[in-house]
Design a binder for this molecule. Structure first.
Ligand SMILES: [Zn+2]
Ligand SMILES: [Zn+2]
Length: 489
């Protein structure tokens, strides 16, 4: 999805991808950080024709659909709000699988404990107004094909009506929950515990333009609505519906009532220098004073980070530091007790080394979630569970100064990392751990001690190898291509 805004400095047009945190104006060179990406953003799509040309267009479309004797008497542009929810969905299914015995066996077939991780991209949309249909139930591909415009910094707002949103955020969440598992069913597993987690979900309201028209067709007057982008949906209203529509339009607002997308200057709050421009990074490290920042509530807040030293015997060439969110996770039980993850899983489970369990559980509750983007979700899950289950005592550099070395950019926010931690937890639980699964059903996850740490990896052909654990990931699984000095988005 592409968003189009006017540069607040020079008025030039800026196009950017919805995943961006930072944007740059090609005309005047200003860089800006978006504010409130974690909240509901409001956008609108533009009609294909202006008012003047729309009448002729409408006539042509309607004559094709309804016959040659249709004439358009009057038209009005109306914007109707739709919820759009997008993100990733992860669904763990724990249960039993039927294992069929091939040859004639005295035991026959049996059922085996199993688990399965299913994922999908979430992209849902539905009307945010109730009481009437305009003939369009969802946005379809419109948001991927057309640019979205924001409110506030658009010079001339045409005099049109904006239908009010009358479904609140909780309604949108409920709607999402009703559809989130669609397409994530497993035919071969009889489910016993399911856990669905959305990651990085964003809720927005998108205003879609419609032409309301009074038309004469076959000697009767009618009111119709046609979407003002493709003309593909045409809806004729009944008498009862026209009354509802009138009421709705009387209560409609104009664009000045709508929330505005804001920006803040992309500068280090401490030393005032411009921060390095990597649009998809959510954490920004000042190249002058080395401090780390992320935006929250319209302000840059400090992110403390640490850099793990490359082990002394390691060759320091071709080392790239990749960021991880280290987050302490505990589980609050319905009876009020709090358990660490090893307590929950139990000592028998092999990935948690027994020696570490005996040496104190503190380290084991720290989840290591990659903060860089990994395209391949299985690779993501693998490295996260591997580093979480085999904690290492890192030696950190005394002063965090990236200097001229290579670093991976932080693309995942810490709240996305919390969401991923839950997915990783379930990947650490073996399918036979019935007790842990039972307990998890009613448990509440608690996160604390968030920390950003950079771990040294060395390039080895197609792989990047963690210099502490020896664990390697394929370079091709990462989102960034060439490794070079500085921060890589
Ligand atoms: Zn500009
Ligand atoms: Zn600075």
């Amino acid at each position: 999805m592409k968003i189009e805004v006017s540069c607040p400095q020079c008025g030039g047009r800026i196009d950017f991808d919805e995943k961006s945190f930072v944007i740059r104006c090609d005309f005047c060179g200003s860089t800006l950080h978006l504010v409130g990406k974690d909240q509901v953003c409001h956008f609108r799509l533009k009609p294909r024709h202006d008012h003047r040309k729309a009448s002729a267009y409408l006539s042509a479309v309607l004559q094709k659909k309804l016959g040659p004797d249709v004439s358009v008497l009057k038209i009005k542009l109306v914007y109707a709000p739709y919820w759009r929810i997008h993100g990733m969905v992860f669904r763990w299914i724990f249960g039993k699988k039927l294992v069929k015995v091939v040859s004639a066996s005295p035991f026959g077939s049996y059922r085996e404990d199993t688990k399965k991780l299913l994922t999908k991209l979430l992209d849902l949309s539905f009307p945010a107004f109730q009481g009437i249909s305009l003939g369009m139930q969802s946005l379809g591909v419109r948001t991927s094909a057309l640019p979205l415009f924001i409110f506030g910094n658009v010079s001339e707002e045409p005099d049109v009506a904006f239908i009010r949103v009358d479904t609140d955020f909780d309604y949108a969440v409920k709607y999402m929950n009703a559809f989130v598992n669609v397409g994530l069913e497993s035919e071969d597993v009889e489910p016993e515990l399911e856990d669905t987690q959305e990651v990085g979900e964003q809720y927005s309201i998108i205003y879609v333009p419609f032409w309301l028209a009074k038309i004469a067709a076959r000697n009767t007057k009618q009111i119709i609505a046609m979407d003002a982008i493709s003309g593909s949906s045409v809806k004729r209203f009944t008498g009862e519906e026209i009354k509802t529509l009138k009421k709705m339009l009387e209560g409609a607002g104009n664009s000045s009532d709508l929330p505005v997308l804001r920006f803040i200057p992309f500068r280090c709050p401490d030393c005032g220098w411009e921060l390095p421009f990597y649009p998809y990074n959510s954490v920004h490290i000042c190249s002058t004073c080395s401090r780390g920042w992320f935006e929250f509530g319209g302000k840059f807040r400090r992110v403390n980070y640490r850099i793990a030293e490359a082990p002394s015997k390691a060759n320091k060439n071709n080392v790239i530091f990749l960021p991880f969110w280290r987050i302490k996770m505990t589980v609050a039980m319905p009876d009020g007790t709090v358990k660490s993850i090893p307590q929950l899983i139990g000592r028998g489970y092999q990935p948690y080394r027994k020696s570490l369990l005996d040496s104190g559980e503190d380290m084991l509750t720290n989840f290591m979630i990659p903060a860089f983007r990994i395209k391949n979700i299985n690779a993501f899950n693998k490295i996260a569970s591997r580093l979480t289950a085999n904690p290492v005592k890192y030696r950190f550099e005394e002063s965090a100064d990236p200097g001229r070395r290579s670093f991976g950019g932080v693309n995942l926010t810490y709240s996305e990392a919390e969401e991923m931690a839950r997915v990783v937890l379930l990947s650490l639980i073996p399918p036979f751990a019935r007790k842990a699964l039972q307990e998890l059903k009613d448990a509440d996850f608690k996160f604390s001690n968030h920390e950003l740490i950079y771990l040294p990896f060395r390039e080895e052909g197609l792989f990047l190898r963690d210099l502490y654990s020896g664990f390697a990931i394929q370079k091709g699984a990462l989102s960034f291509g060439k490794v070079k000095g500085g921060f890589i988005p």
